[in-house]
Design a protein around this ligand. Structure first.
Ligand code: ATP
Length: 236
């Protein structure tokens, strides 16, 4: 279980997150909603270790990660798929996936297991020998997700994975999110602008504004919540 307690962070002297409390258990999808600038990306970066924690703590299965650098958190299976596509463009899809698998070597991921995992990514299989940098934006996004999955994440941090995708691929992304939580037991943090789609696959959700969590509940509670509407229509 991932557990944030009173987490504050920011960029240099600029504070962004203020006292965020959040837990995500294995096999659970928690969506993070909120207007532009609310602090969602900053939250994902702070959990991954890209940004240092100023106050509070981050624990994974009881182990304190608060001061652990990014690579140590990645080694424990905390994997961020950032907004935009970050593939090795000169390598093939297969090579990119292999790099994801290598990242998981401490967590007993063998090539067969990756093959099994990729059954959930039919689109990626069709692109296997292609050069990653020449794929369409949507195709690259799918490969980035498959690479993260090959890293056998304990905690998968997805920052707007549907951004720029066609409706068909958006459906595939959401199906993959469900697969990662239910079949591989990852704890998934899903940052999304497609609110209805995110709430449809999430178990729970939180709404952020001004770097704080201003509403939290089950997906169905949030679907009916005025706070969700306000967060989007009323500005951050
Ligand atoms: P969006 O939905 O637009 O991606 P977000 O909820 O992910 O928004 P963040 O990217 O976390 O929001 O930004 C939160 C705040 O932090 C904003 O006020 C933003 O201007 C600020 N911020 C983001 N990145 C930096 C940076 N590198 N340096 C300084 N301030 C930053």
């Amino acid at each position: 279980m991932l557990e944030l307690t009173g987490v504050s962070s920011g960029y240099g002297a600029v504070p962004v997150l203020h006292g965020v409390d959040l837990t995500i258990t294995a096999g659970e999808v928690v969506t993070v909603l909120g207007a532009n600038g609310a602090g969602k990306t900053t939250l994902a970066r702070t959990i991954s270790g890209l940004l240092p924690v100023k106050e509070g703590s981050i624990r994974l299965d009881g182990t304190d990660l608060t001061r652990k650098p990014l690579h140590r958190r990645a080694g424990r299976g905390v994997i961020l798929v950032p907004e935009g596509r970050r593939l090795f463009g000169g390598l093939t899809v297969a090579q990119n996936i292999e790099l994801g698998r290598i990242a998981a070597k401490g967590r007993q991921q063998d090539a067969d297991a990756v093959g099994h995992l990729l059954d959930a990514f039919p689109k990626v299989r069709t692109l296997w020998d292609r050069q990653a940098g020449l794929l369409s934006g949507g195709e690259q996004q799918m490969v980035a997700l498959a690479r993260a999955a090959a890293g056998r994440p304990r905690v998968l941090l997805l920052d707007e994975p549907s951004l720029g995708l066609s409706p068909l691929l958006v459906d595939e992304v959401f199906a993959m999110v469900t697969f990662m939580a239910r079949e591989t037991g990852s704890a998934v943090l899903l940052i999304e602008q497609i609110v209805d789609g995110a709430l449809a696959v999430a178990d729970r959700g939180v709404v952020m504004a001004h770097g704080q969590i201003v509403a939290a509940g089950t997906a169905s509670e949030l679907s009916a919540s005025p706070a969700v509407r306000q967060a989007y229509l009323g500005g951050a």
